[in-house]
Design a protein around this ligand. Structure first.
Ligand code: PGA
Length: 254
């Protein structure tokens, strides 16, 4: 029987291709200093460029801040120059990996099936994939939002089967990413409810699968988005590069 229990909200930073050894250290120290007994009610993570995973592991092991990567190979090992495997991410203590971010779908031609295989590789190594789905502006205007996000999630459900209970989903409307144009809480909730229903057909406890919103989420709009019944956290790009702003989003999720 479905329970109404929802696990902790998750606030995950997506640093994208930003950072430096010196800058990361300052940012991480400031985030760590702001995590306290109150924020323990929220799961907090940063998804960093692969070269910095060792640094983040060194600075964050034993802290409440988890970390992850922004992509993973769909292959296990071998002749895949430039790729990073899920086992390598596990070596560096990753709890999460983002898969299928719209920037990778767009710039690297990642298909729904490739994204699903990446999610499967992550799960096989005990890493939680944060599976991104979302429509472009043209698709929204054509009334295709629901069909697009359902197709993207269906590929993952088809590939990972009942293990879909172990994933995190991130709804990121492409038109809201990095644009300052956030989906309204109602627009986001409508899509999250569609995704929740789709998960409900695949797993017995769909409320335990966290569905994050991403796309220009910031300290000013986070509370209203996170108050929606099917929004279980955020995937934060630009606002995750500023410690105080990121911490304000974390506190909005308490
Ligand atoms: P943004 O990015 O918060 O800068 O819009 C979110 C994302 O792309 O994950």
């Amino acid at each position: 029987m479905e329970t109404t229990t929802v696990t902790h909200k998750l606030i995950a930073g997506n640093w994208k291709m930003n950072g430096s050894l010196a800058g990361n250290e300052a940012l991480l120290q400031a985030i760590l200093a702001g995590l306290d007994a109150d924020t323990a009610a929220v799961d907090v993570a940063v998804c960093v460029p692969a070269p910095y995973l060792a640094q983040v592991q060194a600075l964050c092991t034993g802290s409440p801040l988890a970390w992850g990567a922004q992509d993973v190979s769909e292959h296990e090992a071998g002749a895949y120059t430039g790729e990073v495997s899920a086992a390598m991410l596990r070596d560096f203590g990753c709890r999460y990996v983002i898969v299928g971010h719209s920037e990778r779908r767009r710039d690297h031609g990642e298909s729904d099936e490739a994204v699903a295989r990446k999610a499967q590789r992550a799960l096989a190594c005990g890493i939680t994939p944060i599976v991104c789905v979302g429509e472009t502006e043209v698709q929204r205007e054509a009334g295709q939002t629901e069909a697009v996000v359902k197709r993207q999630l269906a590929a993952v459900i088809h590939t990972v089967g009942h293990c879909v209970s172990e994933i995190v989903v991130a709804y990121e409307p492409v038109w809201a990413i990095g644009t300052g144009r956030t989906a309204t809480p109602e627009q986001a909730q409508t899509v999250h409810a569609v995704l929740r229903a789709q998960l409900g057909a695949a797993v017995p406890e769909p409320r335990r699968v966290r569905i994050l919103y991403g796309g220009s989420m910031n300290a000013g709009n986070a509370a209203a988005l996170l108050a929606q019944p099917d929004i279980d956290g955020g995937l934060i790009g630009g606002a995750s590069l500023k410690a105080e702003e990121f911490l304000r989003i974390v506190r909005a999720a308490v």
